[in-house]
Design a protein around this ligand. Structure first.
Ligand code: FO1
Length: 332
């Protein structure tokens, strides 16, 4: 296998990619070798502007994780972080106070914003940032264009009875504690896939969908003009990893709210059927679910998906390596 392309959000990528990189280097997964290259198409629809700075949470989560600079407990932002700037901003009463930028993390957003304002596209900025972090994969923003995910929630004080908030506000400030009435990807229809994105899908030997949120992480990547067509046309097999754990009770509030909103069943099979089989209007050839979800395999097979249950969640590196072995086997 020469080229693997991974479509991913932040935390799903952060779980998968270090294990994938390790599997390539160690030869522990049959079919993968140190010569195999990995291209990651990262979701940018949860990007936001904060205090005049462009923040790309998913790209940064993957970049810091692969670059050994992430705070492992939080799973986002920099390790050994200090919060002086956040505290000073709070002392000025500046909003958004609910979204914290650490001092070390701020340097990334300052460099990114300065380069964007100098005219560099996000893809070139990301490449420049990765020169420092050496992630060992080619990290591509899904688009250079501005796309933002907004969630519509009820608001009795507004004349329409509702208002739209940025996904980060829904996730962080509101902790997804109110129903999502709609999810809007502002700018997605007009956005163009970033340089190399469609080629990475076309030229891959295997396309993986990381175990990322199907609505707000994988959803916007698939919604970019041309991406579904590229997935339909590629000679590579497309294998997805279910982001949902075996037990219903363990589905995070955010995932459940968003799946409710798009009327998708909050289960591994529900998400697999939502993504659908290639050749039947969907994007997947195969779908890996957690071993606790083995009872859902027949429903997936009926929908034309090669599905297999493997220990998937929580993803220790060894478990991820076993999932990758299954993915490569399913890719034939
Ligand atoms: N998550 C939070 O729960 N609270 C925050 O204040 C917060 C700030 C933040 C700043 C930069 C960044 O890259 C990520 C940040 N996140 C924060 C995490 C973010 O909401 C996403 O969950 C992850 O980045 C996953 O991609």
């Amino acid at each position: 296998m020469r080229h693997i392309t991974v479509l991913s959000g932040g935390s799903g990528g952060a779980r998968l990619l270090p294990a994938l990189r390790h599997a390539l280097a160690s030869g522990s997964v049959p079919g993968l070798s140190p010569e195999t290259t990995v291209t990651v198409v990262g979701n940018t629809a949860d990007d936001l502007w904060v205090h005049g700075l462009k923040v790309c949470p998913d790209l940064d989560t993957m970049m810091y994780t692969l670059g050994h600079g992430v705070d492992a407990d939080r799973g986002w932002g920099r390790d050994a972080e200090t919060w002086g700037a956040r505290d000073e901003l709070a002392a000025y009463g500046v909003e958004p106070s609910w979204f914290a930028l650490g001092d070390r993390d701020l340097a990334t957003h300052l460099v990114r914003t300065e380069m964007l304002e100098a005219g560099y596209p996000l893809s070139a900025v990301t490449e420049a940032l990765c020169r420092r972090w050496q992630p060992g994969v080619r990290l591509l923003p899904m688009t250079d264009d501005r796309v933002e995910t907004h969630v519509v929630v009820a608001d009795p004080d507004s004349p329409s009875g509702r208002r739209a908030v940025h996904l980060q506000e829904y996730r962080v400030r509101m902790a997804a504690q109110v129903p999502a009435e709609a999810v809007l990807f502002v700018g997605l229809d007009q956005a163009q896939p970033g340089p190399g994105v469609l080629e990475a899908i076309a030229e891959a030997d295997l396309v993986l969908l990381a175990a990322s949120d199907p609505v707000v992480s994988i959803g916007p990547v698939l919604g970019l003009p041309g991406v579904r067509e590229a997935l339909a046309a590629t000679a590579a097999r497309v294998v997805g990893l279910s982001p949902l754990p075996g037990t219903d009770a363990a589905v995070p509030d955010l995932t459940r709210r968003l799946l409710d909103c798009v009327e998708v069943e909050a289960s591994a099979a529900g998400v697999g059927l939502h993504l659908g089989a290639r050749g039947r209007g969907g994007v997947l050839d195969a779908w890996l679910v957690d071993e606790q979800d083995a009872d859902q395999l027949p429903r997936l097979a009926e929908a034309g998906l090669a599905a297999r249950a493997v220990p998937l969640l929580p993803g220790s590196p060894e478990q991820v390596a076993r999932a990758l072995t299954a993915a490569v086997e399913l890719a034939g």
